[in-house]
Each structure stands twice: as structure tokens, then as C-alpha cells.
Design a protein around this ligand. Structure first.
Ligand code: AP5
Ligand code: MG
Length: 223
């Protein structure tokens, strides 16, 4: 399977990626550009220094920087041909460049999942989100509680709140999504690759719907 997972901030891309990785098997590699960038910011690498001002203000990191990260990953010697892209591509230039990379590698996309949710539903999700800075597992203080206080269930210590999860920056990220990423969804619609999923239900219900729709899509497209 080679899947792209899109949706506005807080739609559940990270949460459903964890479910998909488990259901689709360990051969599927999860690439979250947001996590890659946050790791780089934490380590204060050149990439992190370039990306931080964009991320903290809720803007997209420029395409040339993002595409550099993706090319590096996809041109690796031990590259895994089954993947789940979480939050990439987010602009038309990224989508076109990604097509060229996949064409070169002869790895066509299986489908593009779009998690659909309005702005009104995502603020509560994001202000109460906590995440593990080590394994990137995502929690929610009400809907996906950690077992002990605000500590990672995998034993990695204290969970953190993302600096871009303030109401003001969430609105900015949502506006950027509508302007830059909705055209990407239309781009994939024209290629008949879209798998739309309503993301306002509970985590379990979204997972069930998502897995059923992937199965149906595979049957309809004889994959
Ligand atoms: P990124 O880290 O990808 O952030 P995002 O797109 O804003 O999405 P989030 O990670 O905030 O939300 P999510 O959909 O993963 O939701 P989650 O599962 O955590 O990107 C961050 C920044 O990096 C960007 O702003 C940009 O600057 C840069 N960047 C990244 N990719 C880029 C690219 N391609 N080009 C340029 N720049 C790029 O869930 C949210 C919360 O809700 C959690 O607490 C979870 O427990 C809870 N939850 C999830 N599902 C449900 C449910 N069904 N019911 C109740 N609660 C739920
Ligand atoms: Mg995420």
C-alpha cells in the first residue's frame, strides 16, 4: 500500500496513521513531515533552524525545503516501497514533484485519504492534545488519555503540548490548509485517487470507516 493521508490540523492524521500502521502491517513506513521537522527543531539542525519560524507562526515551510527532505528519504538505499505519507503533499508544487519522484521509482500511489472536519470541531481537539516528544505518539486529555498523568504510555517520560496549538495559530493553520491544500485534494480527485472519510466521529468509528473504505477502494480499483 502507498497512501497519502490529508486533512486539516487536528483531523486525526497522526492518530489514524498509528491505527493504519498496525492494521496494514509493519512493512508500511509512516512518514510524518511534521514530526521530522519537529525533531529537527528540537536538535537545532540547519533544517530545524530554517523550519521553526514557519511552523511557530502556522505557515507552511517552503516547498524547496520540504522537497529536499522527501527526496532524501525516497532516494535512500534501504527505502521501503510501502508507505503512509502523513501531511504531505500540501501544495500543488509538492504534489507534482512527488508524482515525478514516484514515477522515477515506478511506485504509483494506491490512494489518497482525506479526513474531513470543520474548524469548529478541531480547536478542542488541539488545545487538549498532548504528544510524546520521543515516539511522537498522540494523546488527548479527554478522548485518548495517557495511563498515568501526562506521561507517555511507552515509558518515554513527560508529554508535551505543541507550541503551534494555540487557538490563534490553529486558525492560521486551518486557513493555510484551505488555501494551499484543498487544491491538492482536487488534483488527486481528478486522478480518481480520493478516499474521503468523515473525521468528526469517535477515534474508533473513524478507524472502522477508514479501513472499510480502503478495502472497498481496493476492490473497486482491483488493487
Ligand atoms: P503537522 O504536524 O502535520 O500538523 P497539522 O497538519 O497541523 O496536523 P496535526 O498534527 O496538528 O493534526 P493531526 O491531523 O495529525 O491530528 P492528531 O492525530 O494529532 O505539521 C506541522 C507544521 O509543519 C505545519 O504547520 C507546517 O509548518 C509544517 N509542515 C508539515 N508538513 C508540511 C508540508 N508538507 N509542507 C510544508 N510545511 C509542512 O489529533 C489531534 C488531537 O485530536 C489529538 O489529541 C487526538 O488524540 C485527538 N483526536 C484525533 N482523532 C479524534 C477523534 N476522532 N475524536 C476525538 N479526538 C480525536
Ligand atoms: Mg499530526
Amino acid at each position: 500500500m502507498r497512501l497519502v493521508l490529508l486533512g486539516p490540523p487536528g483531523a486525526g492524521k497522526g492518530t489514524q496513521s498509528d491505527v493504519l500502521k498496525e492494521k496494514l502491517g509493519h512493512g508500511v513506513l509512516h512518514h510524518s513531515v511534521g514530526d521530522i521537522l519537529r525533531d529537527a527543531v528540537k536538535k537545532n539542525t540547519p533544517l530545524g533552524k530554517q523550519a521553526e519560524p514557519f511552523m511557530s507562526s502556522g505557515k507552511l515551510v517552503p516547498d524547496n525545503i520540504i522537497l529536499g527532505v522527501i527526496r532524501e528519504r525516497f532516494m535512500e538505499k534501504n527505502f521501503q516501497p510501502c508507505f503512509l505519507m502523513d501531511g504531505f503533499p500540501r501544495t500543488i508544487p509538492q504534489a507534482e514533484a512527488f508524482d515525478s519522484i514516484l514515477k522515477e521509482l515506478r511506485l504509483p500511489l494506491t490512494g489518497v485519504i482525506v479526513l474531513d472536519i470543520p474548524l469548529s470541531a478541531i480547536i478542542e481537539r488541539l488545545v487538549q492534545r498532548r504528544s510524546c516528544p520521543v515516539c511522537h505518539r498522540v494523546y488527548h486529555l479527554k478522548y485518548q488519555k495517557p495511563k498515568h498523568d501526562e506521561m507517555c504510555d511507552e515509558g518515554h517520560g513527560a508529554l508535551i503540548q505543541r507550541p503551534d496549538d494555540s487557538a490563534e495559530i490553529i486558525r492560521q493553520r486551518f486557513a493555510v490548509y484551505e488555501k494551499e491544500t484543498l487544491p491538492v485534494i482536487q488534483y488527486y480527485q481528478k486522478k480518481n485517487l480520493l478516499i474521503p472519510v468523515v473525521a468528526t466521529e469517535s477515534i474508533d468509528n473513524v478507524s472502522k470507516d477508514l479501513l472499510a473504505k480502503i478495502d472497498l477502494f481496493k476492490k473497486e480499483h482491483v488493487l
